[in-house]
Design a protein around this ligand. Structure first.
Ligand SMILES: [Zn+2]
Length: 122
């Protein structure tokens, strides 16, 4: 009851587009989730990210959840995660990636996932 009253005056908004979230949405609205640029590397091309790290560190497998475009929605969300106190977005991305990795045959034997920021310059 109290949370519905609080939500009436201070509605939760999508971290990507700022529209008011429905009761079934958390942090990012369904529309924005569908529009985020998923790489799908962990299903189709796992070597793309892994070869970035060749000669630097030994990896079992590597992937990226999203493509990063300057001024894009992923950059906007990562900025909120890193600099605006929206740490819950890290959990959203972690749960999302975990669910995808469970469906990938390339990542069946993975025990630990370590997030590593990288840019095309890496
Ligand atoms: Zn949205």
């Amino acid at each position: 009851m109290l949370s519905k009253l609080v939500n009436l005056f201070f509605p939760k908004t999508c971290q990507a587009c700022n529209h008011i979230l429905t009761d079934n949405e958390m942090h990012i609205c369904v529309k924005c989730r569908h529009e985020l640029p998923l790489t799908k590397y962990h299903y189709e091309r796992p070597e793309v990210v892994k070869k970035i790290f060749y000669g630097r560190v030994e990896l079992e497998a590597a992937t990226a959840l999203f493509y990063f475009h300057k001024e894009g929605s992923v950059q906007h969300l990562l900025h909120k995660l890193k600099y605006k106190g929206q740490e819950q977005l890290g959990q959203v991305f972690g749960v999302w990636l975990g669910a995808e990795l469970q469906e990938s045959s390339y990542f069946k034997s993975i025990d630990v996932v370590i997030p590593v920021p990288f840019t095309p310059k890496n």
